[in-house]
Design a protein around this ligand. Sequence first.
Ligand code: GLN
Length: 492
Amino acid sequence: MSDLHRLSIRELSEGLAQAKFSSRELTEHYLKRIAKIDTQVQSYITVTAEQALAQADAADAAIKAGHATTLTGLPIAHKDIFCTQGIKTTAGSKMLDNFVSPYDATVVAKGKAAGLVTLGKVNMDEFAMGSTSENPHFGSTKNPWNLEHVPGGSSGGSAAVVAADLAPFATGTDTGGSIRQPASFCGLTGLKPTYGRVSRFGMIAYASSMDQGGPMARSAEDCAYLMNVMAGHDAKDSTSVQKEVDDYVSNLNDTSVKDLRIGIPKQYFNVQGLDADVKARVEESLKKLEEMGAILVEINLNMTEAYVPTYYLIAPAEASSNLQRFDGVRYGYRCENPVDLMDLYKRSRSEGFGTEVQRRILIGTYALSAGYYDAYYVKAQKVRRLIQQDFLKAFENVDVIAAPSAPTTAYKIGANLSPTEMYLGDIYTLAVNLAGLPAINAPVGFDKNNLPVGLQLIGNYWSESQLLSVVHQYQQATDWHTKRAAIAEENA
Ligand code: GLN
């Protein structure tokens, strides 16, 4: 079968169960595509062909023996921020270029327990800090819709592999938009769950109070299947919540778009730098939802201007603390011939971290230093609370909130935006992480250059089922999520 990569997760699951094809055939199919097409897309840091085929054989045996779960035998790609036992985990950094974790992240372990086959580990912005996946150590991953453009970031490799059909779905992480923005840039569906829904154990930390893993795939239905595997309490992550997990797949039709109250924040659509095509496509998608019975309600989110400065104090502050452990002593990169301990620290960190990571460590260290702590870090935490309250107030009157996922479509590779220009591109995604809310990106069309545009829907706490369900209804009525980049149509 030459078109296995065109099947949805449900079709793949059914096909395996009905023995229309084996997991080995499916896995070999993807490995062939990766060998042929990833030379152009450059999304995989590590391809684990041998392990994948062994896992596929085990999956085929389980299916034959009647021990299969829904996803047994399906291939997946993991963002290279999730620790994988015996397979290198780089977090996109030279600092961890040779790091092989002694254990699996909970998300990876759950995937294995469900019978998923790991195809490999995919590229990202270094330590998840960035929006382009132009990685200084592992190169730039390309956007499958136009190889001269970035796939977004930081989960850019995850987005690119799905958009190029080099994996049927992938894990991502989102600290300030890193699932939603690359999903938007690559025409995919991506869900950032409520903080605490998915275990962070074994997910290399960037900003611990905001980091959250989630699924990236073509459709809400595909994401729901992966969410069923990823979600749940984990005793190894004290911030993961003991709360019953929904069956996201069976809930896909539970929320009706009819009479759904969708809040449209006035401030969001007046943002300077919001591209006209993005605005138009998002508005068209809202019109479509209105035709389907939704009620559009204008709302105010008065804290919008504070999102970027607040996030870009808190996230670097946490990063500066989290990244202290990479000191060249215990593990990771170590400089050559250090003259003394201080030299070892300094040079290992200067040589092992790229510019953006160093910038954030410096900003964070400054914001946390004795003289500035109250003026920056404490103040930012207070504003963070106001941002959360702004959302909670809005949710008294609406069910979900609509926004673009990003003000623009995918940038050109090498566009070399200044840090502040780059940070402003995160305006629509950051507040969700500051507040710990769930949000989803859905593809809603293209700009004049045929680059995908994304709609973001933000939900109240624990509303993952509702978000997936609303997007699923929208995707039943539209076909944006079925559009494929030319490179994805290529056969291996
Ligand atoms: N682009 C944002 C940043 O650079 C978000 C990254 C993320 O979500 N990991 O911090």
